[in-house]
Design a protein around this ligand. Structure first.
Ligand code: NAD
Length: 386
């Protein structure tokens, strides 16, 4: 089997999710090209070595520039905070590597536009932004039902992406809460996923109107080495710093097809751990998805006889549902990590067939245009066309 070498940059939350995907994909799915886990990169050699040994990365390297410039590396996988995406992705494209990048694509629209321009100059290179929720079989079924006309003309998208991991005022100021590292708060982190799903399922967005809020404006500084996503350890000697991103963003949008949408995102919703939720309402029916019950899709059809109408819950675990035939028999459910495996499978297929994968850098750019316009709208307190 043909192989291609992968270099991964970043080894914490996403580093782990991606490593699992690179190692599992060819075991469950037929793939023309097998990814080889060649080199893992991070700043702390001891923790990096432990990570590499656990996940089967052959080598380690503490300087991402050396990984990107290695001639034997074919694919660069970016699992670091947003402020590093642009430099790494740009260097990778210039060095002729395929790029698998975490979301949001970049810190801002300008960076994302430059990345798209560079990507367009390398016709053979595959570029991908990891909005993994598109590759959840229940979301794919929602797309299928919409495309088959089962929902009819779509009137509404009602989305919410809610978490609760910074409600505690003693949670430290990790990189996610610093604008110069994260670019945005939950608007970029979580609404970027919801906006991607809405563009995938409903269509393009033409204007936005948004409100943001900050509930805690100052926090203790973190111990960077010990902190990651969802867990923060304070540096007890370092004092406090200002929160420079929004804590919550509620956005209304108009779609070009006339539908109205709402997007709620916050990290201040106690009990909501990773509540990625949407409802879609159309002239023939409705759909409801909740990531916390990700093997299910709720479907209401006005085409059912009125005496039998009601939301039904479809278990999306049949062989004919997207990706499921690679896994288990019906009813043997899948989980969060499987979406990443699906992304790797499709990414490698795209390389093999020389066809672009979606969402790619252009989708990443469009997403950032919408999300940034949302923050501007909140600042200027007006609806903004995008
Ligand atoms: N697709 C998803 O559902 C999802 C979920 C969480 C995070 N993300 C995205 O993934 C990216 C990483 O987030 P995370 O949650 O894994 O963060 P994390 O804090 O858990 O890990 C960040 C990693 O980056 C490394 N790093 C930082 N600076 C570095 C440098 N200069 N050189 C090499 N490595 C460096 C850190 O050592 C760490 O390994 C972010 O862009 C985030 O938005 C996506």
């Amino acid at each position: 089997m043909k192989t291609m070498n992968v270099g991964i940059i970043g080894y914490k939350f996403m580093g782990k999710a991606h490593s699992n995907a690179w190692s599992r994909a060819h075991q469950f799915f037929d793939m023309g090209i097998k990814p080889v886990m060649k080199v893992a990169c991070g700043r702390h050699p001891d923790a990096l070595r432990e990570f590499a040994d656990n996940w089967g990365w052959e080598e380690i390297e503490t300087d991402w520039k050396k990984v990107v410039s290695r001639p034997d590396i074919d694919i660069i996988d970016i699992c670091v905070p947003q402020y590093l995406h642009f430099d790494i992705a740009m260097a990778a494209l210039k060095a002729g590597k395929h790029v698998f990048c975490e979301k949001p694509l970049a810190m801002n629209v300008e960076e994302a536009r430059l990345l798209c321009e560079e990507a367009d100059m390398h016709a053979g290179l595959i570029h991908y932004v990891n909005h993994n929720y598109r590759r959840c079989p229940a979301v794919m079924l929602a797309k299928q039902l919409i495309d088959e006309g089962k929902i009819g003309r779509i009137f509404h998208w009602r989305g919410a992406y809610l978490q609760d991991w910074i409600v505690d005022p003693n949670f430290p100021l990790t990189w996610h809460l610093q604008a110069d590292k994260a670019g945005m708060g939950p608007q970029g982190d979580l609404n970027s996923h919801s906006v991607d799903l809405a563009r995938f399922l409903i269509g393009e967005i033409e204007s936005v109107s948004c409100m943001t809020a900050n509930f805690i404006t100052e926090r203790v500084l973190p111990d960077e080495a010990a902190s990651g996503t969802f867990n923060g350890t304070a540096d007890t000697t370092a004092g406090k710093g200002k929160v420079t991103v929004e804590d919550a963003a509620f956005m209304h949008v108009r779609f070009t097809n006339g539908a109205l949408g709402s997007f709620e995102t916050t990290r201040f919703a106690p009990g909501r751990k990773n509540y990625n939720y949407f409802e879609i309402y159309g002239s023939k029916g409705s759909l409801v998805f909740n990531l916390e019950r990700m093997n299910e899709l709720q479907f209401f059809s006005l085409e059912d006889p009125s005496y039998a109408q009601g939301f039904k819950t479809i278990m999306v675990t049949e062989g004919e549902h997207a990706y499921i035939s690679g896994w288990w028999p019906p009813g043997h459910i899948i989980g969060y990590e499987h979406e990443f495996v699906h992304a790797v499978v499709d990414f490698m297929k795209a390389i093999e067939s020389k066809t672009q994968i979606f969402p790619n850098f252009h989708d990443g750019l469009r997403g950032l245009e919408i999300l940034s316009a949302g923050l501007l709208s909140a600042k200027e307190r007006k609806e903004i066309r995008v």
